[in-house]
Design a protein around this ligand. Structure first.
Ligand code: ATP
Length: 368
């Protein structure tokens, strides 16, 4: 899924063998990646995995150790940042405090000596896009944090660059505003039709907004896919654990019998087993929302059933999270949405014996 078809328009961004080392420390391993025109593409990974370094190479702030970068089919090796058809938005964007919202957005166009009439058209369109038309005459000090962020975004898109790179731009906003801005950013990106490359360590942010996500860890892309591909079919234990929450159970699989053996627990049926030598340690991944908590001894058609003790329940408003200790000591978590099943669970005492169940198709065996 990492490369675009050979025909059709050139990708907005094409990376080939792109590598970065600082001295002996390689922070981005050789990387091939195509980002399509008008795509909302996120680079997601924990702190220190190399996201910012990768982005800084695309912008031209950092010189690659090896490899090449093409923007819209044009090689930009050695091309200065301002000559690349892109713009950036950071968490710590700086607006000019003495200029109005309008002039902040117009600034770059004035520097470029864009005709007055065109500046006016473009600035008004950009302010409309970020829904700040009514605030054109205000100074930044008279805006909320979220509004200032919108001004910075208007400024990033007003020159209509082919690509906008956003590095954790919502990091400074509170949780509620962040969620609002996630929807807004996605809407704006659709409206302006600009390729967005969005760097974040926040998996929810990436899932909400992206057309595709590259999950990065230790300088390497672990998986590229749509949000649902990444969530439903994680390629590795790292991806499964980093995106959403996931029960990760160690064991070994037997391709001949189609069963997965959990030490101290026994065998459970699984749908698919990756190619691996017999006895290779593997991980069984099951999302908490796929785990059901049934009365002790209950059975469902074709399901996995394991005896367990309910050790803890936490109410989160829209769901209950319960912890279930298997007799081997492995603790699994189940997420039960508010409703009948949650009411039954609420009526079950801590310490009760229950049956933990899931359907084999809701589990995945992945490399450890
Ligand atoms: P964060 O989310 O914390 O910003 P990140 O994924 O963006 O992390 P990078 O900033 O790309 O990670 O850093 C990747 C690694 O490269 C880190 O180990 C960092 O210490 C190292 N690094 C980054 N810039 C330099 C530099 N100029 N000189 C030496 N090492 C660097």
């Amino acid at each position: 899924a990492g490369t675009a078809p050979a025909t059709g328009p050139a990708p907005a961004v094409r990376l080939r063998g792109l590598t970065k080392s600082f001295g002996a420390n390689r922070v981005v391993d050789p990387l091939d990646l195509d980002i399509a025109q008008n795509e909302f593409f996120s680079i997601l990974g924990p702190s220190g995995c190399g996201k910012t370094t990768l982005m800084r190479m695309i912008t031209g702030f950092e010189t690659p150790t090896a490899g090449s970068i093409e923007l819209d089919g044009r090689n930009v090796d050695g091309v200065a940042t301002r000559q690349r058809d892109l713009n950036m938005l950071f968490q710590s964007y700086a607006l000019f405090p003495h200029l109005s919202v309008y002039e902040n957005v117009a600034f770059e166009l004035r520097v470029r000596r864009t005709p007055k009439r065109e500046i006016d058209d473009r600035v008004r369109a950009a302010l409309e896009l970020v829904r700040l038309s009514a605030f054109a005459d205000r100074k930044p000090a008279a805006l909320s944090g979220g509004q200032r962020q919108r001004v910075a975004l208007a400024r990033a898109v007003v020159g209509r660059p082919a690509v906008v790179l956003l590095d954790e731009p919502l990091g400074a906003l509170d949780q509620k505003l962040r969620k609002e801005m996630q929807f807004e950013l996605k809407r704006m990106q659709r409206e302006v039709g600009i390729t967005f490359i969005y760097v974040t360590h926040d998996q929810e942010e990436a899932l909400t907004m992206s057309d595709r996500i590259a999950v990065m860890s230790e300088g390497r892309i672990q998986q590229i896919g749509t949000p649902t591909e990444i969530y439903d079919t994680p390629a590795s234990r790292f991806v499964a654990g980093f995106i959403g929450s996931c029960n990760l159970i160690d064991g070994v699989a037997d391709a001949a019998t189609g069963r997965f053996t959990i030490p101290g627990v026994g065998e459970v049926p699984v749908d698919e087993i990756p190619d691996a030598a017999p006895g290779t340690p593997l991980t069984l991944a099951v999302r908490p929302e796929r785990v059901r908590v049934l009365p002790d001894g209950a059975r469902t058609e074709g399901g996995v059933h394991l005896p367990a003790t309910l050790t803890q329940r936490v109410f989160l408003g829209d769901e209950w999270i319960s912890h279930l200790a298997l007799d081997s000591g492995i603790v699994l978590s189940a997420s039960v949405p508010s409703g009948d099943a949650a009411r039954a669970l609420a009526a079950t005492a801590d310490g009760a014996r229950v049956t933990v169940s899931w359907h084999p198709s809701d589990s995945r065996v992945i490399p450890t």
